[in-house]
Design a binder for this molecule. Structure first.
Ligand code: ADQ
Length: 755
């Protein structure tokens, strides 16, 4: 059997000649055992609907499970699988029966599916299912590795295969691996309930690109990274050592030509359509098409429909709802319960509200042919998508694609990902049956002009953002992310060589030296006040600052009072307090604010939150600075401290989103301060103070120093103290090595003068 061809095939294979390998749990073809032997059917569901036409156009291999486990290997079965490989480039992965049960029906569909759709109450977990999930991912990995050729692009799909990206990274370190999540990503409140959540996130981070259906899902993913792994990320990127993981929101599309082709050139579709027009003449048709899954809101829709009929007697015999419900995951109890509930509601509606001439609800509990589906889309006056939660929902787009004349109304749940880009639909909250009924009533009576305006805008957008456009964007983002790897490799910091820095120092005529204090010149004390400078540090700073060629700045998160107390006596030393909020230059007598003093009334709101965290965390405490509040947890139990710090930052981020304040993680601290109070800003001021420096040296150990390193040019000597990722050009292992190098600079200069 070959896949349905797509008209006007245009190869979108990248010019590099790279092949595409698509990996998903199910292939677009399913093996079914019948009484006559093995047979091939089309797989149902959104992933197959979307990827089929895309892959037909791009070319490439598809690796997936055939939907049936090998119980007895027959010649006929072998022959079918060989034909799939030959004709359709579909390569079946063999999953043993017990692995399928634990992996597919178990962890994927009874643990991940409910949690990812925000239904934690439906979660079931068995550690054996998890093992099967790991094993299934391993079998998929083996299959990909066997087919992989250098430069291939590997595109992994969906929640069944969340461990696969990292498994592939381990086996094929240079491979380009992209991952697309078809379902939503849950809120950061719900994600942590997931057993084995760390492994899942780590598995995903093996990819070069992680793409989601909406920005909302992407943000939830970032929040989960922060909360569960303590990893910070940028809006569009997570950095892992030398490799970036690009993050994208790419709502999936459909292949509109497929629908236009059936509507305009297929006789079976026209015949079927004509038959239905005749059958439902004089009645308005509402249409709903779903897999029979509890996330799709079928009972909620039926109850809303019953409400509509009860309270709108004028609709009697004038309206009909056609509900198509494809059976799915029938081996799972929850789905059987749902099926019974829906059957009961169908009976009740038709029994209680119908008349001898009128069956208000037509319920079709099977998969229907494509030409029938397209005929129904064309026929329907209203398409009613009522998902309680949905990654995107293709039915919404398919319906709109069939409305080229601008007729018809889309009623769409605000909890479907599609709502983020289909604003002209009438949006509903499917949990509110009464208002949903009112919206359906409105949809049925919307005046023609408004109807056309809304549908035309939707239709044009569905044509534009089609599945090919989506595929292009995904593959382009994947290639871009892979090419960015070089950027990180080139900038891997080198170990700072004392001889080289000494030569540059001696050769310079004007020098600017910037040092962080805690963790850079001295080790951390248990409490901030215990890290007073030893004599050797004071002498070192004094010697460096006294050199007429130098401007030396101590740039710290500490308060101005604290810096004055410890370093105020050193002549010509420039001090920068609170990460750059205040500065005291050698030429000035007093401290200067880098920005006009901001209001500090926010402290009254943030203080009780930090106090609550102090209360919960033995050994932690709060520090108040002029511009900032800091929660220190250096003395708390390390894992508990990290865990709470993630929670605190996630909580504060949401709370401070609209303000100029941000919550920052530092070395065992969470600090709330204005976003502008950073070392990068203070640097501008120092460069004005010493404009013609031909030697710039900056050393620091934590995230606040990274802002400084980022702003300095590549000619500067940027030095990170300690382990961990950094943007600095050089690293030293600890504060002692840095001090020794600085001493070398001082003694070398003195020796040169003496000679
Ligand atoms: P699904 O949960 O399967 O997909 P959806 O996006 O609605 O949900 O796709 C269903 C597909 O099945 C559609 O293409 C539809 O035409 C087809 N279909 C439905 N009922 C049918 C029937 N009775 N007969 C024949 N075909 C039928 C997952 C996510 C979605 C996401 C898609 C794609 O859950 O949120 O939109 O992947 O990314």
């Amino acid at each position: 059997m070959s896949l349905q061809p797509v008209p006007n095939l245009k190869s979108m294979k990248p010019d590099t000649g790279a092949r595409l390998i698509v990996v998903s749990n199910r292939l677009p073809l399913t093996l079914k055992k019948t009484e006559q032997g093995w047979d091939t059917t089309r797989s149902s569901g959104g992933l197959a609907s979307a990827m089929n036409p895309l892959l037909a156009r791009t070319g490439g291999d598809w690796i997936g499970w055939a939907g049936d486990s090998e119980t007895e290997e027959t010649e006929q079965r072998q022959a079918i699988l060989a034909e799939w490989a030959e004709t359709d480039h579909c390569f079946a992965v063999n999953l043993p029966k017990d692995v399928v049960e634990g992996f597919y029906e178990g962890y994927a569909n009874q643990t991940l599916w409910p949690v990812f759709h925000n239904f934690p109450s439906q979660l079931k977990f068995d550690a054996k299912d998890w093992e099967a999930y790991v094993e299934a991912n391993r079998i998929f990995c083996e299959a990909v590795v066997n087919r992989y050729r250098l430069n291939d692009l590997i595109w992994v799909h969906d929640y069944h295969l969340m461990l696969l990206p990292q498994m592939l990274r381990d086996r094929l370190p240079d491979a380009a691996v992209g991952f697309f999540l078809h379902i939503p990503f849950p809120s950061s409140e719900i994600f942590p309930v997931l057993p084995r959540r760390e492994e899942l996130l780590e598995g995903l981070l093996g990819a070069d690109l992680l793409a989601f259906q909406t920005h909302g899902h992407l943000q939830q993913f970032r929040a989960a990274l922060l909360r569960v792994l303590g990893m910070e990320s940028k809006i569009a990127e997570v950095t892992l050592g030398s490799r970036p993981v690009r993050l994208e929101a790419l709502p999936i599309g459909i292949a509109p030509e497929e629908y236009a082709g059936l509507l305009n050139h297929d006789s079976k579709t026209s015949q079927q359509y004509a038959e239905w027009v005749e059958r439902y003449r004089g009645r308005k048709v509402l249409l709903a098409v779903d897999r029979l899954d509890y996330t799709k809101g079928v009972p909620e829709r039926l109850r809303a429909y019953a409400h509509l009929l009860r309270f709108s007697p004028e609709l009697k015999e004038k309206v009909i709802l056609i509900q198509i419900a494809v059976p799915t995951r029938e081996g799972i109890d929850t789905y059987q319960d749902l099926r019974m509930e829906v059957n009961r509601l169908v009976g009740e509606i038709n029994g209680k509200l119908g008349t001898p001439e009128w069956t208000p609800l037509v319920y079709i509990n099977r998969s229907i042919e494509r030409h029938e589906l397209v005929g129904l889309y064309k026929l329907a006056d209203v398409c009613w998508v009522g998902s309680l939660r949905d990654g995107l929902n293709l039915v919404a787009k398919e319906y709109v694609a069939c409305k080229a004349e601008g007729d018809g109304v889309l009623v769409l749940s605000e909890f479907a990902g599609a709502a983020a880009e289909m604003g002209e639909a009438l949006l509903i909250n499917p949990y509110d049956e009464e208002r949903t009924a009112a919206t359906i009533q409105r949809a049925l009576s919307l005046d023609e002009q408004e109807r056309r305006l809304r549908m035309t805008a939707l239709h044009n957008r569905v044509l534009r953002n089609n599945v090919f456009h989506w595929g292009d964007r995904f593959l382009a983002a994947l290639e871009e992310s892979v090419s960015e790897r070089g950027r990180y490799i080139d900038t891997q910091p080198q170990s700072l060589k004392p001889g080289e820095v000494r030569d540059a120092y001696l050769g310079a005529s004007r020098r600017l030296l910037i040092f962080d204090y805690d963790g850079t010149l001295v080790p951390f004390g248990k409490r901030p006040q215990q890290a007073a400078p030893p004599l050797v540090v004071l002498d070192l700073l004094r010697a460096l600052a006294s050199d007429p060629k130098n401007l030396v700045a101590l740039m710290s998160g500490r308060s101005a009072d604290n810096l004055d107390l410890w370093f105020g006596e050193i002549p010509k030393l420039c001090l920068v307090a609170e990460h750059g909020a205040e500065i005291k230059t050698p030429s000035a007598l007093a401290w200067e604010f880098l920005r006009p003093q901001p209001p500090t009334d926010w402290k009254a709101t943030v203080t009780p939150i930090l106090e609550h965290f102090v209360d919960r965390t033995p050994g932690s405490f709060m520090e108040e600075k002029k511009y900032a509040l800091v929660w220190h947890y250096r003395m708390a139990e390390p894992e508990f401290g990290e865990w709470l710090a993630n929670e605190l930052v996630a909580m504060l981020e949401a709370m401070l989103a609209e303000t100029e304040l941000r919550a920052f993680r530092g070395e065992k601290i969470v600090e709330v301060k204005p976003v502008w109070a950073n070392k990068g800003e203070a640097l501008e001021r120092l460069l004005r103070e010493s404009p013609d420096s031909d030697f710039i040296f900056a050393a620091g150990d934590d995230r606040t120093d990274e802002e400084l390193f980022e702003r300095l040019s590549s000619n500067a000597w940027t030095v990170h103290v300690g382990a961990g990722p950094t943007r600095a050009s050089f690293v030293v292992a600890d504060f002692q090595i840095l001090r020794r190098i600085l001493e070398l600079l001082v003694t070398s200069e003195a020796a040169r003068r003496a000679s």
